[in-house]
Design a protein around this ligand. Structure first.
Ligand code: ADP
Length: 200
């Protein structure tokens, strides 16, 4: 056991998850959007959030850039900091799911091992991996934040897809290419998957 935890005892809630689910009319879960920068994670996450809120479902987006403005603003881009960034995101996603929220977590999360860690911490039954498989060629053409251009110039180091790898998921719950599908066409199967989960 971690030395720091030896005097800490887990405090149990008197509320069971079903009570919260009954109150909200939904079960919490994490929709984990992974893919290259520019693959459409933020765009789809926002469209999905809007659609769910219109259906009176409590949904909330955790977005990579936004998290770095707040909770993770003390972190940089060294390997250690990147790991800590994602570790905190996984823990926050887990807390949101515990609260009964449909948490939409949009992060490049390029490594299989870290996504597997997210699945294990959050729980395989309420973790959905959604892979935006848009090619590097298209992401780089879009370059919505101008980051690929900067990475190609050498202004950004270890940029995923350029000089740092992206490990694509072997068995994602959903896989979508935003080159060929519209935003609505991407949102639709996610809503169907979610609806099946809510009925379980
Ligand atoms: P990411 O969050 O993965 O870095 P963004 O959502 O910020 O990606 O950027 C994706 C870009 O691609 C946006 O400019 C968006 O308008 C565009 N785009 C074009 N078609 C789609 C689609 N079907 N789904 C998502 N984004 C799309």
């Amino acid at each position: 056991m971690n030395e720091l935890l030896k005097n800490i005892v887990w405090n149990m809630s008197e509320v069971i998850p079903e009570e919260r689910a009954g109150m909200l009319g939904q079960r919490g879960c994490v929709l984990w959007l992974t893919g290259l920068s520019g693959s459409g994670k933020s765009t789809i996450a926002r469209a999905l959030e809007k659609s769910l809120i219109q259906e009176k479902r409590l949904a909330y987006v955790l977005d990579g850039d936004n998290m770095r403005h707040g909770l993770n603003k003390d972190l940089g881009f060294t390997e250690k900091d990147r790991n800590e960034n994602i570790r905190r995101i996984i823990e926050v996603s887990n807390l949101f799911a515990d609260c009964g929220v449909i948490c939409i977590s949009a992060f490049i999360s390029p490594f299989r091992a870290i996504r597997e860690q997210a699945k294990q911490i959050i729980g395989p039954d309420r973790f959905f991996e959604i892979y935006l498989s848009t090619s590097l060629k298209i992401c780089e053409q879009r370059d919505p934040k101008g980051l690929y251009k900067r990475a190609r110039r050498g202004d950004i180091q270890s940029f995923t897809g350029i000089d740092s790898p992206y490990e694509s998921p072997d068995h994602p719950d959903l896989r979508m290419d935003t080159e060929t599908l519209s935003v609505d066409e991407c949102v639709e199967p996610i809503l169907s998957m979610l609806s099946a989960y809510q009925k379980k």
